[in-house]
Design a binder for this molecule. Structure first.
Ligand SMILES: C[S@@+](CC[C@H](N)C(=O)[O-])C[C@H]1O[C@@H](n2cnc3c(N)ncnc32)[C@H](O)[C@@H]1O
Length: 251
């Protein structure tokens, strides 16, 4: 559905039918998907410019160019990137994720985010990243697919404890805070399609950053996070973007 919202071609009739129901419930979903993806672009570029050279992207999604490694390695060719997702469809497109990367600097691991220990112990992570050095962890538009309080927060806590000081955490997350009714209806369409989604309030999303130091501008809506000249998001409203976003650093 996300691939369809972004204008991709890696989607099936059932995806398009369910995406149509979500769009009928919440017409802003196309803007929300684009604003989220562009937040990924800006946050990765910013982190690479800050000196981050190792990226672990959990819940990568179907490839949509530019992918994370193209942005990071466009700034720093020596940047190393590991993608992970639990959707077998993403695995079948992993080659597209690995294209245009220097050999050995980009890898894909099929993992479930609900087992963060398995993510960090995967062969691809161990062969590509040096876990004694800072890692830029991204959980972009992922944690709302992990309903329930404990697991989602436990995932983030596990990574915070396991990754070294200087590592960073990037999150974007659907919220009901701006216009709850269409969001509730759209999430109903996701649930009916077999994908439960939990929107979280500002306070709940802020809790993911306990023990991390938020980088400027703190927690904001995706399109407001360090806007640049490349992405004209001036017409986007908070209710359309409807995802909180932030980047933080482990002290
Ligand atoms: C909306 S897409 C986001 C893609 C990309 N991060 C972005 O923001 O452009 C969410 C992705 O999270 C993945 N996902 C959902 N639950 C997951 C889990 N428990 N473990 C790993 N990946 C998961 C889905 O398969 C999907 O590819």
């Amino acid at each position: 559905m996300y691939d369809y919202f972004l204008g991709g071609t890696t989607n099936f009739p059932a995806d398009r039918e369910n995406a149509g129901k979500a769009m009928a419930a919440f017409p802003g979903v196309l803007v929300a998907a684009r604003a989220n993806r562009q937040f990924m672009h800006r946050s990765v570029r910013h982190l690479t410019q800050m000196g981050m050279r190792q990226f672990l992207d959990v819940g990568t999604g179907i490839p949509t160019s530019p992918n994370l490694h193209e942005i990071a390695q466009g700034v720093a060719p020596d940047a190393r990137v590991v993608y992970t997702d639990n959707d077998p469809i993403v695995l079948t497109h992993a080659q597209a994720l690995l294209r245009s990367s220097s050999e050995g600097r980009t890898a894909y691991a099929q993992c479930d985010a609900r087992d963060p220990e398995a993510v960090l112990k995967s062969t691809e992570v161990l062969e590509t990243l040096d876990l004694s050095r800072p890692v830029a962890l991204s959980l972009i538009a992922l944690l709302h697919f992990v309903p329930g309080e404990r697991t989602a927060h436990e995932i983030v806590e596990y990574f915070r404890e396991a990754l070294p000081s200087g590592s960073t955490l990037t999150i974007s997350h659907v919220t009901p805070d701006f216009d709850p009714e269409p969001i509730t209806r759209a999430l109903g369409a996701y649930a009916a399609a077999g994908t439960p989604v939990q929107a979280r309030t500002r306070q709940e999303v802020t809790r993911f950053f306990d023990g991390w130091e938020l980088l400027d501008p703190g927690l904001t809506v995706t399109h407001r996070w360090r806007p640049d000249a490349e992405h004209d998001l001036s017409q986007v409203t908070d209710a359309e973007a409807t995802c909180y976003a932030a980047v933080a650093r482990k002290p």
